[in-house]
Design a protein around this ligand. Sequence first.
Ligand code: UDP
Ligand code: MG
Length: 342
Amino acid sequence: MTALSIVVPCYNEEACLRLLHRRLTDAARAVVGTDYEIVLVNDGSRDGSWPLMQQLAAGDPHVVALDLSRNHGHQLALTAGLDLARGELILIVDADLQDPPELLGAMLETMRREGADVVYGVRRTRAGETRFKRATAHGFYRLLSRATEIDIPLDAGDFRLMSRRALNVLLAMPEQARFIRGMVAWIGFRQVPFPYDRDERAAGETKYPLGKMLRFAFDALTGFSSAPLKLASHAGLLLSAGSLLIIVYIAYAWASGRSIQGWTSLMLVVVILGAVQMFVLAMMGEYIGRLYSQAKRRPLYIVQAIAGETDKREGQLGQIAEATANKDNPGGNGTRPISRAS
Ligand code: UDP
Ligand code: MG
């Protein structure tokens, strides 16, 4: 086991890599000495990122570089790197050095002081980003926190320090559409914010054009909220209630002889069919929502600690997939976190 893994997804980051390597190395050495690794993931870059990564890996035994077959997107590249990481502590940073790696020491200090499993960076300011990006990001995080059932921290990116046991739970979530900052929030344990000022990109330009940003936002919403599906059932209920009123009016019009021949039966068919259809759609929405959450195959629950005599329960505990075998992680208190896969 390595003390620290720093995981960096990179897409066309040729211009940043050397500086990144230098600053990560300095930051890691200052905190854990030589017991660290830097995991660079090349997410199908079209520039010279990969040859440069190979070069860095050849010249520095601390560097592990991974080349994905094509551009899989930020979150999947990050997942690949996290899968490969061996550290007791895991730091996630962007390749563009917007998140200063020098904060590692302070983040670790916060983690130890608070007994936390996750210390996540919260952007106090964002330098060098367009007003449009800042405004959409601001709106997005607020919409997300209203729509989702779990507390996804506002204005936090993927810049975070995690314990091994938190990472193991994250890796036990096999869902395909990955919104990692939300998934980490879902895990639980003690998670502590760490305010920082976001720097400008060291070089190059953003690898998140509008299209990718929208897809990302959509993954976040659909992955963590069934509000869109609930919308259908709410509309269905409302329309069903509305159609009842309309039926009353139809009956009244018929009784008072104000309707023309054939109107009453026609209206009844239209209204009743409409209401029934909406109702059925809403029902299907509920089932689809359940299918979807089942399909994500997230662990059903995650145990943080057990007290009392647990030895006699080894058999039972054995049936429960252990999220980690590590007993003395820095965030934990010596008991084993476990989870059961659904
Ligand atoms: N990235 C990636 N694959 C992609 C897009 C981005 O691995 O398809 C990486 C990118 O190299 C960087 C991180 O994800 O390390 C965040 O991207 P960027 O800094 O461009 O996003 P922004 O900070 O502008 O939101
Ligand atoms: Mg960036």
